[in-house]
Design a protein around this ligand. Structure first.
Ligand code: SAM
Ligand code: SF4
Length: 459
């Protein structure tokens, strides 16, 4: 069979990265290899995100570029996958006739069949059914040996039942369904066999894993993953604060491989806003959970998501958010200007915030966060952290190498990026270094990374 080339453009969250990996593996069975240039491809897939208007615009402009490409190469097939595909369905083909397949968030496994159909009949296909069935068994998604990096993602559940009023996810990813624990563990084991050392378990709200199905709970799933030989670290995203249980908090003290970091999106520091967002927790209950986490692990890194300019957000509400940031001292955060999503109820709320106010609030919030990070980082020089080596640093990849030195990059358990130099003599084996945990003493800090030196470990 002739080898073909596929270009995959992944927009959005880690779940999309995971789904793009699944598509790539399914296509490798069909003799497709990856290309980094759409111009060289026989098949272009854009795996899309609908969370904010800007992400949707990105998809539309990419599809515009594909029109020109298809003129040059009429045999090119164009696939739109993910949340925008789910949301817009056949409208995408009407607007962008260069698209051959629109496949929704539940159709990933059908990709080879859909491609065969379109190659045979030539007619465009729209496959956006939302199924209630549990995710596929591990065999179809297991990593190809040798392909994996140090870090791997495993989706443990799909969809969301929380219906936060600003959010499109429940409408484009469907109802919440958890995968069987056996399938999840088998998939992690397969990834570890292919070289993965750190796994991130993915779900919109991992805290409710298995609850609906009456299966293994999330802390129990973590304990099972913790027992996997050869796996060094476990992370997870995302935790909904309302469902963060004492048992899960306790896991940070008992599970050796569980990283010392939690991503706990607060969205707003003001109770009236949280109520209108339908988040089902208060500022006070959030702060209580932070205190519990810190009582189990004193220096646990806490990151969050924040939305500014939610409909009706007053200056006082916004100041409550800034005040909460000062109280918690987040290690990092993702902050977004509120964006209307036509499917989500908040799109129909009154008191929309003007875009210049949203912009100014976002800048004020980011400025405050810079100061918080600078203060947090000021404590780090001189401290030694175990760092899992992921490969060459970004600097090393960009700049011409300094003779005799190679800069490596890894992460602390707290998810901080650390760069450090090692002598680049003939004994340096990058493949052997990747995936090892070394000890690094921090010497310098920057906003988004740390720099340190290797510390020999005394046995
Ligand atoms: N399930 C996770 C949770 O509950 O936090 C994350 C879901 S979403 C993929 C990631 C982030 O996007 C959210 O935490 C929220 O901050 C942001 N987001 C979602 N909808 C948004 C909207 N309409 N406008 C701006 N930001 C939004
Ligand atoms: Fe969206 Fe809320 Fe579900 Fe997160 S928990 S995916 S923000 S509806």
């Amino acid at each position: 069979m002739k080898t073909k080339k596929v270009y995959i453009n992944t927009i959005g969250c880690q779940m999309n990265v995971y789904d793009s990996g699944r598509m790539q593996r399914l296509l490798s069975d069909e003799n497709y290899i990856s290309t980094s240039l759409p111009e060289n491809a026989d098949l272009v897939i854009v795996n899309t995100c609908a969370i904010r208007e800007k992400a949707v615009q990105k998809v539309h402009s990419f599809l515009g570029r594909m029109k020109a490409l298809k003129k040059k190469n009429p045999d090119l097939h164009v696939v739109v996958a993910g949340c925008v595909a789910q949301q817009e369905g056949a409208r995408l083909i009407e607007r962008f006739p260069q698209v051959n397949i629109v496949m929704g968030t539940h159709a990933v496994d059908q990709l080879p069949d859909l491609l065969r159909r379109v190659q045979r009949d030539g007619n465009p296909i729209v496959e956006i059914a939302l199924t209630e069935t549990i995710l596929e068994k591990p065999a179809k998604t297991a990593a190809v040996p040798g392909e994996a990096g140090v870090n791997g993602f495993v989706t443990i559940m799909r969809g969301c039942d929380n219906y936060c009023t600003y959010c499109v996810v429940p409408y484009v990813r469907g109802r919440e369904v958890s995968r069987e624990p056996g399938a999840v563990i088998a998939e992690i084991e397969a990834m570890v066999r292919s070289g993965v050392k750190e796994i991130t378990l993915l779900g919109q709200n991992v805290n409710s894993y298995g609850v609906k199905e009456g299966m293994t709970s999330f802390p129990e799933l973590l304990a099972k993953a913790n027992d996997i030989n050869g796996l060094l670290r476990i992370r997870f995203v995302t935790s909904h604060p309302k469902d963060l249980s004492d048992q899960l908090i306790a896991s940070f003290g008992t599970l050796k491989k569980l990283c010392n970091h939690i991503h706990l999106p607060i969205q707003s520091g003001a109770n009236p806003v949280l109520k209108r967002m339908n988040r089902k927790y208060t500022r006070e209950s959030y702060l209580e959970k932070i205190a519990k986490l810190r009582s189990v692990s004193k220096d646990i890194a806490i990151s969050t998501d924040l939305i500014v300019g939610f409909p009706g957000e007053t200056d006082a509400d916004f100041n409550d958010t800034l005040d909460l940031m000062k109280t918690v001292q987040f290690d990092s955060l993702f902050a977004f200007e509120y964006s209307d999503r036509p499917e989500a109820p908040a799109a129909r709320f009154s008191d929309k915030i003007p875009s210049d106010v949203k912009y100014n609030r976002l800048q004020a919030l980011l400025d405050l966060q810079k100061n918080i990070i600078a203060a947090n980082h000021a404590q780090l020089p001189g401290q030694v952290f175990p760092v899992l080596i992921e490969g060459e640093s970004k600097n090393q990849q960009k700049k011409p190498a300094i003779p005799g030195i190679i800069e490596l990059m890894g992460r602390t358990s707290e998810n901080r990026i650390v760069n450090f130099a090692v002598p680049a003599d003939s004994s340096l084996d990058m493949n052997a270094l990747k995936g090892q945990i070394v000890h690094i003493r921090i010497e310098k800090t920057f906003l988004n990374s740390l720099q340190g030196v290797l510390v020999p470990v005394k046995h």
